[in-house]
Design a protein around this ligand. Structure first.
Ligand code: EMZ
Length: 390
């Protein structure tokens, strides 16, 4: 199915730079970053961990840099091969649990409750009353914690490191660090079956994982899948409101939901880019990159590369060939991707089953600025009415 978007939900602001030079040169606090824009170059650089490392000083590969607000290394995100693979294999099975049937059933129960609430509400604010709740409550399944624990996380808002006042909020970050320290200590004293206890029992290098390593895994788990998942859910709602036939299409073709998930994730690209630090002087698509400077891999631009995707700015829910990089590429492919995909899949199917139409009444867009380029990544606020088909 093809939807022609006159006014784009999420447009591609990188097109002209991608075609002309393949690079967007930006500045992050007096530290230059070359954003790599072409699909081929993004994949090549992501693969080349020896020249473009993730294992730099903690926080440096994130743009804007988190060096000032974080000393703990996120694991396995800020580690390079071969150590990266050793860490990743410790947690991979745990993060594959979302594919299990009983997990999916629990997830559906939880998502249906959020949809009940949306139907019952008059003019719900989708970001803070729907997407944030769904993201936090779904996370209790991934971490195997009681549902009530989500209330604490909901209180943190959409980003654990950013607040409305400041892009990098150290006091907010400390709330997360203290919380994780406390939860690890709690599990040390009374072990259970949740993620902290599992990690406390996990061996790496013939010894148990240290407190700091567990903290690094948990910071990533809380920070990495938060605003990204919230944006994905909110954009999915905005998309369904705009494209009135999409819900009916999915209701009639539920077997295509997997393709729809991939296509929406490609189109939304909830994480615009992720950085790497050059370990030596290098060249990326004819641009010199100096040792110890940063590049970033622009997933959002690569996912609209016209040399790879046919009609890249159109959402084709049944798109067949879809080598998108919205979850990253190569060894650092998103660890939470199974969970994120399941959330979107269950959400789309439940909406298709239960909702007649969604109407947006008001919105405040979330626009990022990357040098000369402005990119809409989602919404700060989105007000909507959900009409049930019953
Ligand atoms: C980091 C990052 C991971 C970073 C896959 O992305 O997500 C960002 O939102 C965090 O700020 O610390 O976890």
């Amino acid at each position: 199915m093809e939807e022609k978007n006159k006014e784009e939900l999420i447009s591609d602001p990188f097109a002209s730079l991608r075609q002309a030079s393949g690079i967007n040169q930006i500045d992050d606090n007096n530290d230059p970053v070359k954003m790599v824009l072409r699909h081929r170059d993004v994949r090549k650089c992501a693969h080349n961990y020896k020249t473009f490392q993730s294992g730099a000083v903690p926080g440096r590969i994130v743009v804007p840099s988190e060096v000032e607000i974080r000393d703990t290394r996120q694991i396995p995100f800020e580690v390079d091969p071969p150590e990266h693979g050793a860490y990743r294999s410790l947690v991979e099975d745990w993060f594959r649990r979302p594919l299990k049937e009983d997990y999916e059933k629990e997830l559906k129960k939880l998502i249906d409750k959020e949809i009940d609430n949306a139907i019952a509400s008059d003019n719900i604010e989708v970001v803070s009353e729907f997407a944030l709740h769904m993201q936090s409550r779904a996370l209790t399944l991934l971490l195997n914690l009681p549902l009530l624990e989500a209330e604490t996380w909901i209180a943190w808002g959409t980003h654990v490191f950013r607040s409305e006042e400041t892009k990098l909020d150290a006091s907010k970050a400390n709330i997360l660090y203290d919380y994780i320290d406390q939860e690890i200590n709690k599990a040390k004293n009374s072990p259970g079956e949740e993620i902290y206890s599992v990690l406390l029992n996990t061996e790496h290098d013939n010894r148990l994982l240290s407190h700091e390593e567990i903290k690094g895994i948990m910071i990533l788990t809380f920070a990495g899948g938060r605003d990204t998942v919230i944006n994905m859910i909110t954009n999915a709602i905005a998309y369904m409101a705009k494209n009135k036939k999409a819900l009916a299409y999915l209701k009639e073709n539920p077997e295509n939901v997997g393709r729809a998930v991939e296509e929406l994730v490609r189109y939304f690209s909830p994480l615009t880019h992720m950085g790497r630090v050059a370990t030596e002087d290098a060249t990326v698509c004819e641009h010199a990159v100096k040792s110890d400077t940063r590049i970033s891999l622009c997933w959002a631009s690569a996912n609209r590369d016209e040399t790879v995707f046919e009609n890249p700015n159109e959402v084709m829910l049944d798109r067949k060939i879809n080598p998108h990089v919205a979850f990253g590429f190569s060894h650092h492919k998103c660890l939470g991707a199974h969970h994120a995909r399941q959330v979107l899949k269950v959400l789309l199917l439940s909406l298709a089953e239960r909702i007649e139409s969604i109407d947006i009444t008001d919105k405040e867009e979330n626009i990022e600025t990357w040098g000369e380029v402005k990119r809409k990544v989602g919404f700060h606020k989105l007000y909507a009415n959900f009409s049930s088909n019953k």
